[in-house]
Design a protein around this ligand. Structure first.
Ligand code: 7PJ
Length: 260
């Protein structure tokens, strides 16, 4: 399986690492320490040297309880970082955004891929994804970040997530986005209990029948912390690596990670 990302090709017959580059001051784990352009570039360069093939640039924190941000603020955070990395590093740039305006501007700034935790459900997002003609990752989330962890509930977690993702694939097809441009992510930690997350991980192969590449983000998440007796976010590296390995064995093509 090959993924065509603008002028780059990712061979998905081997797993790839996507490194997280947060530009948010309240981000889950980077805490805004890469807020300036030079430090963002430095971090991108470090991740590339250590094996990341994709750098995921995000300007909206989607951590549980995160506050919503304005579009202009997201553009101001993300677009200069995309431009800087595009001009300096030989790496595939993904943009973690649900906003059609950010998708369009990011493509002009040199992005190669879209990563949308809301699976192109915002007004205009399907059209923007079609227009930029880049691969897009559709993620499952129950609820919205500010409330999603309050009481996640499912009649059947696997069927619910599978059903949602297949509906979003259909919506993409209707918008003219083909399977060759689609990736899927069950959305670990996004409106899910620890039990839900481990059930999804154990059954990740279930999603193979959707016939598109699978991307997962397990790095530093609460499901890792809970397996390690409640260790803090910055102290979950070994557990995150173990979970990434399990995901790859279960069929994940791309793993999204914070630590290198
Ligand atoms: C994910 C993401 C994930 C995808 C975040 C964090 C929270 N995008 N963006 N999958 N998580 N596709 O980094 O822990 O799991 S933000």
């Amino acid at each position: 399986m090959k993924l065509h990302c603008a002028n780059r090709v990712l061979d998905l017959s081997v797993p790839h690492v996507m490194g997280v580059l947060n530009t948010t001051p309240d981000s889950f784990s980077d805490g805004g320490s890469y807020a300036s352009l030079d430090s963002a570039l430095y971090r991108g360069e470090q991740m590339l040297k250590q094996g990341a093939r994709i750098i995921d640039v995000g300007g909206e924190s989607t951590r549980p309880g995160a506050v919503k941000i304005e579009l202009q603020q997201e553009l101001d955070r993300v677009i200069p970082v995309v431009e800087k990395i595009h001009g300096n590093l030989d790496v595939c740039i993904s943009v973690d955004s649900s906003s059609p305006e950010v998708m369009l501007a990011a493509q002009k700034a040199g992005a190669h891929m879209i990563n949308d935790v809301r699976a192109l459900q915002r007004d205009g997002a399907l059209e923007a994804a079609k227009k930029v003609n880049l691969p897009v990752c559709l993620m499952h989330m129950q609820g919205e970040p500010d409330t999603m962890q309050s009481n996640p509930s499912y009649s059947h977690i696997l069927d619910d997530v599978y059903g949602f993702l297949s509906e979003r694939i259909l919506a993409c097809h209707e918008a003219g986005i083909e399977n060759s441009q689609i990736l899927l992510d069950p959305g670990f930690g996004f409106g899910k209990s620890v039990e839900h997350n481990y059930h999804l991980l154990a059954n990740l192969k279930h999603f193979e029948s959707l016939a598109v590449p699978i991307l997962v983000g397990l790095s530093r998440k609460s499901m890792i912390g809970s397996a390690l007796g409640g260790r803090p976010v910055n102290d979950r590296v070994a557990g995150s690596v173990a979970a990434a390995v399990v995901a790859v064995i279960k069929g994940a093509h791309i793993v999204r990670v914070h630590d290198f």
